[in-house]
Design a protein around this ligand. Structure first.
Ligand code: ADP
Length: 487
């Protein structure tokens, strides 16, 4: 089902608890979404193993947190180097279980590894503060300490980077962690654990629990309910984020939530149109539209509307769809049948309510299965499902607008607030619009915004907290105030 690995031991078939590879009572299959073939088997674990992993993380915490930042950084740097050296194999595993084109998988390995490198460097720069005291005989000192045992629940769309974006700041800060990767993509997570093991990261610091969709609910409950776990970081859908928040309430955990988005992409009349089309294609069709920062709604000014939709459709038609392992393929399959059904529903709802189909609009006629044609819908309007719900597929919806006020109001008319984009060359407008968009991230004259240096995260119901960047480490550090008297 996939090309041979140079290092076959990177394909693990067991979960990773307390530095050991462990089996479960049951196992589950990992499926290649391109052809429905079995890629491998991993344990289907549940509450008992989760409790064991939490206990292992708790036992590992004192020694790991007592290391200096520099010592932790050295181990993380080794892990980063091993990951980078294994790029080809990690990319093969990722394409096999997730479907994205091999070139995108390689890009994700580099992106994922960059968080380990970045936070290894940051581990050396956790600083406290001495504040001016209002008491002559006391001093006000602030120190930062790791929050303790952490847990992470991650999605299938970025099988490596959504994990490293959480593990790296956690272990850099001195925390230990239990990770429950998405049921669709456990192999990438286990390969990362194997490399962490080889890098010498001590037993119990990183633990990976694999579970199917139904056991994931039980694992999630155990992680949330545990008083030992002090922080839960989740990337996934907003409904599941709400459930986890509720489940974390009894133990008042700190939480990082990266939830759904519904990104607007505005093309103003003064935009560089070709650049806007290029940015639009990159933002919409990457990972077959299955990212939380993918554009969901395009708004093009009336004066350039026709030209924009024509060029966007031309570009979309040129995207080559196929098995991610084939040379030149730019868009792989959707993750599962439910994903295809959702895309079909969004497209048929839009067409029934008056949208115009310019290209695509169906399952790929030759490839079938989960391959969906890159699609462009023009004349979409508020009230269509696609205008408010995340499609998570390769479908552009383009709406016409005539004034800045109108388009900003439309762009902000969403319960989500993750990524947004706009194209304009007018510096005054650039500032005004950037400040008015109610989103955690704004791409200005670019459709690609993510890297390890930048704070990733949303406002409104898109989540809490920021990942990556110099701010990302704060999620895993508690502030402690020392009031030093008797001076
Ligand atoms: P997606 O639509 O991307 O699959 P989900 O939010 O359903 O998003 O899944 C993201 C992650 O959350 C996966 O690891 C999945 O197993 C996990 N998950 C889904 N439902 C629950 C739940 N009720 N409790 C804990 N984890 C869950």
């Amino acid at each position: 089902p996939f090309p041979p690995l140079k290092d076959p031991l990177l394909q693990r078939t067991q979960a990773y608890i307390n530095g050991q590879w462990v089996d479960g009572m049951q196992s589950m299959q990992v499926i290649n979404p391109a052809n429905n073939r079995v890629v491998g088997n991993v344990p289907n674990l549940s509450t008992t193993e989760t409790e064991r992993a939490i206990a292992a993380a708790q036992a590992a915490f004192p020694a790991w947190s007592a290391k200096t930042g520099k010592e932790r950084a050295a181990l993380m740097r080794k892990w980063f180097d091993l990951m980078t050296a294994s790029t080809d194999d990690l990319a093969i595993l990722m394409t096999a279980e997730q479907g994205k084109p091999l070139i995108e998988s390689k890009g994700e390995v580099a992106y994922g590894a960059s968080f380990i490198e970045w936070f290894a460097e940051e581990a050396k720069r956790v600083s406290g503060d001495v504040l001016a005291s209002t008491w002559a005989n006391r001093r006000t000192v602030v120190i930062k300490q790791p929050v303790g045992v952490c847990a992470a629940i991650t999605p299938w769309n970025f099988p490596i980077s959504m994990i490293t974006r959480k593990i790296a700041p956690a272990v850099a800060a001195g925390c230990t962690i239990v990770i429950k990767p998405a049921e669709q993509t456990p192999l990438s997570a286990l390969a990362l654990a194997e490399l962490a093991h080889r890098a010498g990261i001590p037993a119990g610091v990183i633990n990976v629990i694999t579970a199917d969709a139904s056991n994931s609910v039980a694992v999630g409950k155990a992680l949330c309910a545990s008083p030992v776990v002090r922080h839960l970081s989740f990337t996934g859908s907003t409904p599941v984020g709400r459930i986890l928040m509720e489940q974390c309430a009894p133990t008042v955990k700190r939480m990082g939530l990266e939830l759904g988005g519904h990104a607007p992409f505005i093309v103003f009349e003064d935009a560089d149109l070709d650049a806007a089309v290029k940015g639009a294609l990159a933002s919409k069709y990457r990972n077959a539209g299955q990212t939380c920062v993918c554009t969901n709604r395009f708004y093009a000014h009336a004066s350039i509307y026709d030209e924009f939709v024509r060029k966007l459709a031309e570009g979309a038609t040129k995207i080559r769809v196929g098995n991610g392992f084939e040379q030149g393929v730019m868009q792989g399959p959707l993750i599962d049948d439910a994903a295809v059904t959702k895309v079909e529903q969004h497209v048929s709802d839009a067409l029934a309510k008056g949208a115009r189909l310019l290209t695509g609009g169906r399952v790929h006629p030759e490839l079938g299965g989960r391959f969906y044609e890159p699609t462009v819908l023009a004349d979409t309007q508020k009230g269509m499902t696609i205008m408010s719900e995340e499609t998570f597929g390769p479908v552009s919806a383009v709406t016409r607008f005539s004034s800045d006020e109108e388009v900003i109001a439309a762009a902000n008319d969403s319960e989500f607030g993750l990524a947004s984009y706009f194209y304009s060359r007018d510096i005054g407008r650039v500032w005004r619009v950037a400040e008015q968009l109610q989103y955690g991230m704004v791409g200005i004259n670019t459709g690609a915004i993510s890297n390890e240096v930048a704070p990733f995260g949303g406002v409104k119901q898109s989540g809490l907290g920021r990942e990556g960047s110099k701010y990302g480490m704060d999620e895993y550090l508690d502030i402690k105030y020392l009031c030093m008297g008797g001076i």
